[in-house]
Design a protein. Structure first.
Length: 159
């Protein structure tokens, strides 16, 4: 007889319990722009404790692409966005490219509103199953109304 227990609560892992990948040694990164004071590695590398994160040099859609040297399986994507200065509605899209494929596939698309000082941080933790992942792409539209806000990313971690 086969038995299955149903309706059991699934225990979620917190970000502090995850073994995040060392992107410095496992991947290269491509990006559309970066402010000198807020380089992309400050959002991607675990060793960077500056807390500054990445910031684009200007407004408009920005892309950060993580390309792995060898395909990986990813089960967790952890993102932190922070906006301390201006109210705006931001959209981001996560896409992935599997080994041997030519086209990126969309994982998710999300919008949210920053309204500092009350709503200045957005933390996202997604449980996924991306087998044979060759590249992960994050597209950020910092202000969907077309304003000149700069895209910012405090953290991107993968496990």
């Amino acid at each position: 007889m086969r038995k299955t227990i149903i309706n059991q609560a699934v225990e979620k892992l917190s970000s502090s319990e995850l073994d995040f990948l060392d992107l410095d040694h496992l991947a290269q990164v491509e990006f559309t722009s970066e402010c000198l004071e807020h380089p992309v590695e400050s959002a991607l590398l675990q060793m960077d404790n500056s807390g500054l994160g990445w910031q684009a040099t200007g407004g408009g859609e920005q892309i950060i692409r993580v390309i792995f040297h060898r395909p990986r399986t990813i089960e967790h994507i952890f993102l932190i966005f922070e906006e301390l200065q201006q109210s705006r509605t931001q959209e981001f899209v996560l896409l992935w490219l599997a080994e041997g494929e030519d086209a990126y596939r969309e994982i998710l698309r999300q919008q949210y509103h920053f309204s500092p000082p009350n709503t200045s941080c957005e933390i996202e933790h997604y449980e996924v199953r991306l087998n044979h992942l060759k590249a992960l792409e994050l597209r950020i539209i910092p202000d969907i109304s077309g304003g000149e806000a700069c895209a910012k990313l405090k953290r991107l971690r993968l496990a």
